[in-house]
Design a protein around this ligand. Structure first.
Ligand code: RAM
Length: 361
């Protein structure tokens, strides 16, 4: 599994334990078979990878985010589109305004008709998009999942923002320290089908089984659907339903910002801890006003940039998606494809009042 370190900010615990529990937990390791079989379904299909192939110019890349009105997804996709331009190709973003399971299907079908060279998707559901994506691959369109994976045979690569296991476990570790390892916690997630959040939540639940968390209890997983208003209301609902709630983990940038907004102007401020995954720009005011002590994220611009380079390498025949293949991702350097076509951007950063002003995204 490819890992690289970042020096900026505080980097979470080393990720060398990645995939220790793959037998029972989703999202790390998985079911896709070996390289030769992967080769069969690649955009270059019958062709073998040619590491010396030139990166093609004039490729048409389409980003299909979970939803277009999510500020996080916009940062990722804008960076991916800019990277496409940098290498002489073009990128565009299309997508639904809600993150429901099947909302992306019609967009994929249109992108196939438009003869894109690559479709990059942050999947709202691991399976709902599969038939369409398989059609795309049959027609030699490169399919790359980023941010939120599909089932493994429905794409050639998954650009993961960080190790799923590390993201999940660190969310629990971080809030536990803040709570002195005691009390009720809840999770405010995105949609019920989101592959990325569900994978992280399985690791959170597994982490919570360890003896050090015996005095902590996960009372509820609520879903704000990556909708600001719904996330706000779900926060309110959690606090009402669980008067002893001590903390909320929200592993979604939409959810954590809404939860912090609700808590910042309520009597829970300073009493209920909010932690999770957020963008520094959305969270800055809540860190400054003391509602939130810390949260984490990776660099979403780098995620989009890496996704573009990976999709372009695939569409140029440099790689086919098989484990061990390498490609160059511009300023980010060389990456190696891991198991099941997974490429990991790097460890996330924890943001707090001491470093938040160093970041602007
Ligand atoms: C939201 C989305 C996205 C996730 C981030 C952390 O913007 O759910 O998929 O990666 O949060």
């Amino acid at each position: 599994m490819h890992l690289r370190t970042r020096t900026r900010g505080r980097v979470l615990a080393a990720a060398s334990v990645v995939c220790a529990l793959t037998v029972t937990l989703a999202g790390c390791g998985g079911t896709t078979k070996n390289d030769a079989k992967n080769d069969d379904k690649t955009a270059g299909s019958d062709a073998k990878a040619d590491p010396n192939a030139e990166l093609k110019k004039g490729l048409k890349l389409a980003f299909l985010p979970k939803q277009i009105n999510n500020p996080y997804e916009k940062i990722v996709d804008d960076a991916g589109i800019a990277a496409a331009k940098e290498i002489g190709s073009t990128g565009k973003e299309v997508g639904p305004s809600d993150a429901s399971a099947s909302s992306q299907v019609s967009y994929i079908n249109t992108l196939i008709q438009q003869r894109m060279n690559a479709i990059l998707i942050a999947a709202n559901d691991p399976n709902a998009v599969c038939t369409s994506l398989k059609n795309a691959m049959k027609q030699k369109i490169a399919v790359v999942a980023y941010d939120s994976d599909t089932a493994k045979d429905c794409r050639q690569l998954f650009i993961n923002q960080a190790s799923s296991e590390e993201i999940g476990r660190s969310q629990v570790k971080n809030i536990a320290k803040q709570l002195d390892y005691k009390g009720e916690i809840a999770i405010l997630s995105a949609t019920q089908n989101a592959t990325n959040q569900n994978t992280w939540i399985s690791f959170m639940k597994d982490e919570l089984k360890k003896p050090e968390y015996k005095d902590m209890k996960l009372v509820k997983v609520a879903y704000g659907d990556d909708d600001d208003q719904k996330s706000f209301q779900e926060t309110q609902g959690l606090l009402k339903a669980y008067p002893n709630l001590k903390g909320i983990i929200s592993p979604t940038t939409v959810g954590i910002a809404a939860a912090a907004r609700y808590i910042s102007s309520s009597s829970y401020k300073g009493k209920v801890v909010v932690n999770g995954l957020g963008t520094p720009n959305q969270m800055r005011k809540y860190v400054k006003d003391g509602t939130v002590e810390q949260f984490a994220l990776w660099n979403p611009k780098d995620l989009g940039y890496l996704a573009t380079y990976a999709a372009s390498a695939l569409a140029s025949g440099q790689i086919t998606g098989a484990e061990g293949q390498k490609f160059k991702a511009g300023k980010l350097g060389e990456y190696t494809i891991g198991k099941d076509g997974e490429i990991i951007l790097g460890p996330p950063t924890v943001f707090d009042k001491d470093n938040i002003d160093e970041f602007n995204f």
